[in-house]
Design a protein around this ligand. Structure first.
Ligand code: FAD
Ligand code: NAG
Length: 440
C-alpha cells in the first residue's frame, strides 16, 4: 500500500557559488530539484587568469543552459586554432597542436564565472551572497549560517573550494596542503603594454597561445580578445626549503626581481613581453598538492564534496572547472535515480563513479609537467625531441559524456554500493598508505 506520498522536490543546499557550485546548481535544477546556493563573499571580483573549459564540460552545460549558454562560453575562449610548444632558449617550435586538443577553450576565469552566475540566475535559482556557512548538522542535514540561521535540506553539497570547511566535516580532520615542489608566477594585464615594442608586439596583435619549455621550468603565454589582454604563467621547480613553505593563496604578490632571475636564458622574444609586466600585476602562486581523499561523503552520507574541495587540479591539467562540472552532472543523476528516500545510495555511488576519472585528469597534469620539464634534458643527451612527447594529451578526456556514463554504470556500481551500505562497510576511495586506485 502506498504510504503518504511526499512529492515535494528534493531539497539541496549548495555551499559556494564558484564555477563548481554554479554547475551543481544548474545540474540539480535541470532535474527539478529545489536548490539554494549560499556564497560567503558579498560580491565577486574578476579574479584569476587563464582557465580551460573542455568539451567534456561544455556539452553538459549546453544541455542545462541551452545553445545560448554554450555560445557565450565558447566566445570567451582563445580563438586561435593552434598553439605552439617551443624551446626555452630560442623559441624554436618543437610541436604544434590544436587548442581543442589541449585545454579546450582557454579564457579568463572571471569571465567564465560571470556567465556561469548569470546562467544560474536565468534558471531562477537564488544565490544568497554574503552568507557564509559556519556549521553543520550531519544528520539533519542542515547548515548554520554566520548570522545564526539554520537551513535544512535533504542533501548538502560542499562546493566550497580548496580551503573547504565541508571537507573538514567529511574527513573529521583538517587536510593540510603539501607543496607540489613547484610554484607559478603569473600576470594578466592589457596587451597595450606590448604594443610599443617591436620585439614583442606581435604577441599582442591576435589571439595566440605559446609555451616555452625548459629544464624544470615552463612558461605559458595566452593572448585574449584579439590582443586586448595578455597573460603569462611561469612555472618553476622550487629548490629552497624556505620556498616550499606553504601559503595557499591566490593573491600573494610576486617579486619581479625573482621573475627576472627565472627568465634568464629564455627566448628574448618572450623576455621582452614579460618585461612589460606592470609591477603590481605579478602574483606568486605556490602550487599546492593534496593527497586523494579516502571519502567525499560524510558519515551520515548526506553531505558531499564536489569540485576543488575534493578533486583540485594542477594548472597543467587544465581541467579543474571541467571536472567540477562533470561531478555536478553525475551527482544530479545519482540523486534522481536513487530517489529522495535513498540519499546514501546516491552520494556513495556518486563518489565511486567519479573517483577514478578525476584521478586520471589530475595525474594527466603531473605527467605533462614532467614531460615538459625533462624534454630538453633528453635532447641534450643527443636525442631529437619527438613532437608527440611534449604534446598535451587531454583530447581523450573530451569525448567523455558524464551523464551517459552514469546511465551506463549506475546499475552495477549502485548495486555494489547497496551491498556496502547494508553491511555498514564503505570501501574507502583511496588507501592513504597504499597505492591509488587509478584504474576504472
Ligand atoms: C581566486 C581564484 C582564482 C583562481 N584562478 C584560477 C586560474 O587562474 N586558473 C584556473 O584554472 N583555476 C583557477 N582557480 C580554480 C578554479 O576556479 C577551480 O578549479 C574551479 O572553478 C572549480 O572550483 P570550485 O567551484 O570547486 O571552487 P572555488 O572556485 O574555490 O569556489 C568556492 C566558492 O565557495 C565559497 N565558499 C567557501 N567557503 C564557504 C562557506 N563556508 N560558506 C559559503 N561559501 C563559501 C568561496 O567564496 C568560493 O566562491 C581559481 C580559484 C580561485 C578561488
Ligand atoms: C524550495 O525550498 C524553499 C525553502 O525550503 C521553500 O520555501 C520552497 O517552497 C521550495 N520550493 C518548492 C518548489 O518546493
Amino acid at each position: 500500500m502506498a504510504e503518504t506520498q511526499d512529492d515535494t522536490p528534493l531539497k539541496v543546499i549548495v555551499i559556494g557559488a564558484g564555477l563548481g557550485g554554479c554547475a551543481t546548481a544548474l545540474a540539480l535544477h535541470h532535474q527539478n530539484f529545489n536548490v539554494s546556493v549560499y556564497e560567503k563573499l558579498p560580491r565577486f571580483k574578476r579574479l584569476g587568469d587563464s582557465l580551460g573549459l573542455g568539451e567534456n564540460a561544455l556539452k553538459l552545460l549546453r544541455r542545462w543552459g541551452g545553445q545560448r549558454l554554450y555560445d557565450r562560453l565558447t566566445e570567451i575562449g582563445n580563438q586561435a586554432p593552434d598553439m605552439q610548444i617551443r624551446r626555452w632558449s630560442d623559441g624554436k617550435v618543437l610541436a604544434q597542436q590544436p587548442l581543442m586538443d589541449m585545454a579546450g577553450y582557454i579564457g579568463h576565469r572571471g569571465d567564465y564565472h560571470e556567465v556561469f552566475l548569470q546562467a544560474v540566475r536565468d534558471a531562477g535559482i537564488e544565490i544568497q551572497m554574503g552568507r557564509e556557512v559556519v556549521g553543520f548538522d550531519e544528520e539533519g542535514p542542515s547548515v548554520r549560517l554566520k548570522d545564526g540561521e539554520v537551513v535544512e535540506a535533504d542533501v548538502v553539497v560542499g562546493a566550497d573550494g580548496i580551503k573547504s570547511k565541508a571537507r573538514e566535516l567529511v574527513l573529521g580532520f583538517k587536510d593540510h596542503p603539501r607543496s607540489s615542489g613547484y610554484s607559478c608566477f603569473r600576470a594578466y594585464f592589457p596587451g597595450l603594454h606590448l604594443k610599443e615594442d617591436p620585439a614583442c608586439r606581435d604577441l599582442a596583435d591576435h589571439d595566440c597561445v605559446n609555451i616555452w619549455i625548459g629544464d624544470d621550468t615552463h612558461v605559458v603565454q595566452n593572448t585574449l580578445r584579439g590582443g586586448e589582454e595578455f597573460n603569462w604563467i611561469l612555472t618553476r621547480k622550487l629548490s629552497h626549503e624556505k620556498d616550499m613553505e606553504i601559503t595557499e593563496s591566490w593573491f600573494q604578490e610576486g617579486d619581479l626581481e625573482e621573475v627576472w632571475r627565472c627568465i634568464e636564458g629564455l627566448d628574448p622574444h618572450m623576455v621582452a613581453a614579460i618585461k612589460k609586466t606592470p609591477s603590481d600585476k605579478v602574483l606568486d602562486w605556490k602550487i599546492c598538492y593534496r593527497d586523494p581523499l579516502p571519502t567525499w561523503v560524510s558519515k551520515s552520507h548526506k553531505i558531499v564534496l564536489l569540485g576543488d574541495s575534493c578533486h583540485p587540479h594542477l594548472p597543467t591539467s587544465a581541467q579543474g572547472a571541467s571536472q567540477a562540472t562533470e561531478s555536478a552532472a553525475v551527482l544530479a543523476i545519482c540523486l534522481k535515480f536513487a530517489g529522495k528516500n535513498d540519499i546514501p545510495l546516491a552520494t556513495r555511488t556518486y563518489e565511486k563513479l567519479r573517483f577514478a576519472r578525476t584521478r586520471q585528469s589530475q595525474t594527466n597534469g603531473e605527467d605533462l609537467r614532467d614531460r615538459w620539464h625533462s624534454a630538453l634534458k633528453l635532447a641534450n643527451e643527443g636525442k631529437e625531441i619527438d613532437p608527440e612527447s611534449v604534446k598535451m594529451r587531454n583530447r581523450p578526456l573530451y569525448a567523455f559524456d558524464a551523464e551517459a556514463d552514469t546511465l551506463q554504470r549506475w546499475h552495477t556500481v549502485s548495486s555494489q554500493v547497496a551491498e556496502e551500505l547494508r553491511a555498514g562497510q564503505i570501501t574507502p576511495l583511496f588507501q592513504v598508505a597504499g597505492k591509488a586506485a587509478v584504474s576504472s
